[in-house]
Ligand binder design. Structure first.
Ligand code: SPV
Ligand code: MG
Length: 295
């Protein structure tokens, strides 16, 4: 399949094409660039990671326009599509459809919205105590989001939290079906189990009604071929750029604090040349030659 020019089209092809695709988490322009350089075909704009990088909790403490600013930097820094973790859509159907319009304007390829209540809490915290959205209300939100998009390839993923919240397979399937009927392009079926049994059971019952997206943060030991053979379309590596940044920064900062010099870290941190390259410094040097008066 030839590579489409529009980011929205490319994200859609990952969902609708053959085989399994991957989205790698990024949380700012720099990490987004690093994800693209590694060879990934798409980016997960993780709510958890963006919040953590801003120094706040994953409870909508960052406002939706603050998230929009971050994801705009990510889109500007890269050429691959971004699927934004849009939490609950930051309010009701009206907030969700306005979000879709703003994301389209800023070059984001799609949004994922979860069937919880604003303000949300991360799925891995106090999960069984988390109230789910009313199924009809959330279906209306998905319908509003789909009807708001102007680019027909913009992707709206509906995220089912029923398994996370402890409501079981039947409720998860019922919700998935309601969101499919509302026009969702794909279902993200989330799980906090340490093995893949429940998402595999979901896939078996679901069949091929819509493409399925998964986030194996907790069931990370499951071989990727299990997902591929089961027929999932997208795997999201949801937070590992942010977590590796924490590990690296902690080690470096601690070392400098202890040593009161830089000799033990210089060889272990990215050279400044790498920073300038990632910033696209070279392009500006060329542009200065082209546009500034010679003199
Ligand atoms: C995120 O990356 O913010 C997600 C995935 O929504 S999870 O943290 O697993 O809920
Ligand atoms: Mg999230």
């Amino acid at each position: 399949q030839p590579v489409a020019s529009k980011k929205t089209t490319r994200l859609r092809q990952m969902l609708e094409g053959q085989g399994l695709s991957f989205l790698m988490e990024a949380h700012n322009g720099l990490s987004a660039k690093i994800v693209e350089e590694a060879g990934f075909q798409g980016i997960w704009g993780s709510g958890l990671s963006i919040s953590a990088a801003l120094g706040v909790r994953d409870n909508n403490e960052a406002s939706w326009t603050q998230v929009l600013e971050v994801v705009e930097f990510m889109a500007d820094a890269t050429t691959i599509p971004i699927l934004l973790d849009g939490d609950t859509g930051y309010g009701n159907f009206n907030s969700a459809r306005r979000l879709v319009r703003k994301l389209e304007q800023r070059g984001i390829a799609g949004v994922c919205m979860e069937d919880k209540i604003f303000p949300k809490t991360n799925s891995f915290l106090r999960s069984t105590a988390q109230p789910l959205a009313d199924i009809e209300e959330f279906a209306g939100k998905i319908r509003a989001a789909k009807e708001a998009q102007t680019d027909s390839d913009f992707v709206v993923v509906a995220r089912v939290e029923a398994l996370i919240a402890g409501h079981g397979l039947e409720e998860a399937l019922k919700r998935g079906e309601a969101y499919r009927k509302a026009g969702a392009d794909a279902i993200l079926i989330h799980s906090k189990e340490r093995h893949a049994d429940e998402i595999l059971a979901f896939k078996k019952e679901w069949g091929d009604r819509l493409p399925l997206v998964i986030v194996p943060t907790k069931y990370y030991r499951t071989p990727t071929d299990v997902f591929r053979e089961a027929g999932f379309k997208i795997v999201i590596w949801a937070n590992h750029a942010m977590r590796s940044a924490i590990t690296a920064m902690q080690a470096t900062v601690k070392q400098i604090f202890q040593d009161e010099h830089l000799m033990n870290v210089e060889e272990r941190v990215a050279p400044l040349a790498d920073v300038f390259r990632l910033q696209g410094e070279n392009e500006l040097e060329q542009a200065e030659k082209a546009y500034l008066p010679r003199g």
